[in-house]
Write a protein that binds this ligand. Structure first.
Ligand code: TRP
Length: 462
């Protein structure tokens, strides 16, 4: 824990971009539309939005302030802050939980990230070789074959692992961040273009109605919405603690956190409108097939929309490439948490921890890669297959539990003078401190505990 005094810090925009890069990923563009669709839209979205505002944002403040205060990654940070409070070393369990979360999430996330790379190649070949009526028709079926193809699934998972590990290994994160600075705005611009295109498409009205129509939900759907608010904001496992440890003292934590939450949410919502417009644009009679493919719509149907646009042949591969980059900036943060533990606390070298962990996480990802069709056994085991089980455990349980502990720690155990000073440092007077304190100490913990109890009790809400 030697570097606590002079850890390198991010420049102002550099930090916001890195944190936004971690938050924005396939969670926004692939997962959010798909789970929103499966959970019936309106109420799910509403709960997600409330969760971002009232639980996610306050926890983002807390993670960043813990990181900047200690200048350490999660396990080290809790070991240090734990020294002065009740509970002591036991608080480092939050860091451990975070390591587990990062490990698990990265292993399956890399599989989906691999798909975006594959689709980049595929769209590129269509752009060059021609995108015919037949190709368009065959999009759905060919995706099924792709999922069942073990070598391709493992190969692209491996490719993505190698990419992430190389970035973390060579410590070229700052290089990636510089590239991201240009790429993220282009991704946002492409999404806006698709959004405008959706506006004129036949399914748009129904998509919006679906997105905002509120109906009854079950407790487990509420938990999923809250879990996703953690997942999409990269919260609950210490990624933002790690990033916070690199934030300069001149920077405002509240402003940075609010910016990240806002952009992350806007991107997720835009992705929903785009995907749902496609789903609802299909005549009712043909919908059954499209419906069941909601999890894969980003890959099966979206390419067609591109080819209907002017310059689509250029835009389609560009889009998947950008999504792959968005995924890369997310996986970097996942791996960084795990790797920096072994560096900060165990004293391993960066190269040793990166290579070893990269390999172990890759191996854990292999059954995930095979569990979306390639292996019937892995695809059907536990909660909807190996992949879905890990996602379910991480998003719905590990992250909310981590978030709960972080909230309780920051609200009840951490010296509030430290918290206030951190939130004001680089920001100026922060009159909303009491509001934050209320959410972090009372509202967020009660909400999370209440939801978990309701899920265990199998409740539904009208
Ligand atoms: N937030 C990312 C996404 O939406 C995924 C991610 C990156 C993440 N780092 C994380 C999720 C840390 C939880 C915790 O795609």
């Amino acid at each position: 824990m030697s570097e606590s005094t002079q850890r390198q810090t991010f420049g102002r925009m550099g930090f916001i971009l890195a944190a936004a890069g971690s938050a924005i990923g396939v969670g926004n563009i692939w997962k959010f539309p798909y789970i929103t669709y499966e959970n019936g839209g309106g109420s799910f979205v509403l709960i997600y939005l409330i969760a971002v505002l009232l639980i996610g944002a306050p926890i983002m403040f807390a993670e960043l302030l813990i990181g900047r205060q200690t200048r350490l990654s999660p396990v080290g940070a809790f070991l240090q802050l734990g020294k002065n409070v009740r509970g002591g070393k036991a608080w480092s369990v939050v860091g451990w939980l975070g390591l587990l979360g990062g490990f698990v999430i990265f292993s399956y996330y890399s599989v989906i990230a691999g798909w975006t790379v594959y689709y980049f190649g595929k769209c590129l070949s269509w752009s060059i070789g021609g995108f015919t009526e037949e190709t368009a028709q065959g999009l759905g079926d060919s995706f099924g074959a792709f999922l069942a193809n073990a070598p391709l699934q493992i190969g692209f998972h491996a490719l993505f692992m190698i990419a992430t590990t190389s970035v973390v290994y060579f410590g070229i994160k700052s290089g990636i961040e510089r590239v991201t600075k240009t790429l993220m705005p282009i991704l946002a611009a492409l999404l806006i273009l698709l959004l405008v295109n959706s506006f004129f498409a036949p399914g748009f009205g129904e998509a919006i109605a679906f997105l905002f129509h509120v109906g009854p939900v079950s407790a487990s759907q509420v938990l999923e919405a809250v879990g996703h608010s953690f997942f999409t904001l990269s919260l609950g496992m210490g990624a933002m603690i790690t990033y916070g440890s690199y934030v300069s003292r001149k920077q405002s934590i509240p402003r940075a956190a609010a910016t990240v939450c806002l952009f992350d949410t806007l991107i997720g919502m835009s992705a929903c409108v785009i995907m749902f417009t496609i789903i609802f644009g299909v005549p009712v009679a043909e919908r059954a097939g499209t419906f069941s493919k909601s999890a894969t719509i980003l890959f099966t149907t979206l390419p067609r929309m591109f080819y209907e646009l002017p310059f689509g042949a250029v835009l389609a591969p560009t889009f998947y490439l950008l999504v792959a980059f968005a995924a890369l900036t997310s996986t970097i943060s996942l791996l960084e948490v795990v790797v920096s533990y072994f560096i900060d606390v165990r004293g391993w070298s960066r190269s040793k921890s990166t290579v070893r962990l990269g390999m172990v996480i890759f191996l854990t990802g292999v059954p995930c890669a095979l569990s979306l069709g390639a292996s019937p056994f892995l695809s059907n085991m536990l909660v909807g297959g190996f992949f879905n089980t890990l996602d379910y455990l991480a998003s719905n349980w590990i992250l909310p539990l981590g978030g709960l502990l972080i909230a309780i720690f920051s609200g009840w155990f951490l010296d509030q003078r430290i918290a206030k000073a951190e939130l004001e440092e680089g920001h100026g007077p922060f009159p909303l401190f009491k509001v934050w304190r209320f959410f972090i100490a009372v509202a967020a913990p009660i909400a999370i505990i209440w939801i978990v109890v309701a899920v265990i009790g199998g409740k539904s809400f009208q």
